[in-house]
Design a binder for this molecule. Sequence first.
Ligand SMILES: Cc1cc2nc3c(=O)[nH]c(=O)nc-3n(C[C@H](O)[C@H](O)[C@H](O)COP(=O)(O)OP(=O)(O)OC[C@H]3O[C@@H](n4cnc5c(N)ncnc54)[C@H](O)[C@@H]3O)c2cc1C
Length: 264
Amino acid sequence: MLLREVEYAKPASLSEALELLAANEGARALAGGQTLINVMKARAASPDLLVDLNGLDELRGIELAPDGTLTIGAMTTYSALLRSAEAKARPILGEVCAQIADVQVRNRGTIGGNVCSNDPTNHLPPLMVAVGARMTIAGRDGEREVPAEEFFLGVYLTAVGPGELLTRITVPPGRKDGFASVTLGADGTCICNAAATVDGTVRVALGCVDAVPVLVIADAPEAVGEAVRAAGLTPPSDVHASSEYRAHLAEVLAIRAAREAAER
Ligand SMILES: Cc1cc2nc3c(=O)[nH]c(=O)nc-3n(C[C@H](O)[C@H](O)[C@H](O)COP(=O)(O)OP(=O)(O)OC[C@H]3O[C@@H](n4cnc5c(N)ncnc54)[C@H](O)[C@@H]3O)c2cc1C
């Protein structure tokens, strides 16, 4: 289906982008377009103005601090992250990005677009919660930082408010991470996924079981199954999986991800 007519702007700086977004109630940021253009074609979203972030070098790049902290620009594509030597400091990031869809989507899709769309089946929201990432949000009045646990508010809804942009994601040092999913075919959409990090306790974030990633904390990998059962999940049912099946998958995948994390 063809797009409805829409205005287009390609700002040359972050401040110009923020001005455009703040001044136009019907404006939407355009990152890789791999979600937004599809929902526009389906008429599920009809912005009046697309503010294209692709000219903003200040939103790209991956920096590795001496202590292992990674700072990733929101407009970093999955492919750029996969190729980055710096991102290998936290190997799970590249490993999970390599599982997202196909080369075309990975070349265009961005880490910022992935978390800002907060599609509950996306790979990165649970991963960001498990690793304890911090999200930097900019508006005309300055910046604020939000922990990933508080960033995801609902389906397609995040802490990024009107007139604001996610500018970067900060990932703390660590290597003991795991990820497990059941997808619709190879590299397909997740029916259920789990990301785990062992850092004293075991942090497991479950995807596809609620509107936002569900964080479960256990004392040890052996206690993860019990912790997931105690969380009392009531996942949605759809044509791909019943609620009961998703709840079962959540437990199995949480244990798998936690074991992978513990064995690293
Ligand atoms: C065929 C296909 C299969 C896919 N399969 C998967 C999959 O298995 N797993 C997965 O995780 N994803 C999958 N995706 C989605 C893909 O990863 C998208 O790239 C991602 O969801 C959105 O990123 P984007 O850069 O394309 O953002 P866009 O589509 O450009 O934007 C998405 C939303 O985020 C907002 N936004 C973007 N950047 C910012 C920012 N910096 N600040 C504030 N708001 C912002 C936009 O305004 C828009 O509302 C698939 C997509 C396709 C087309």
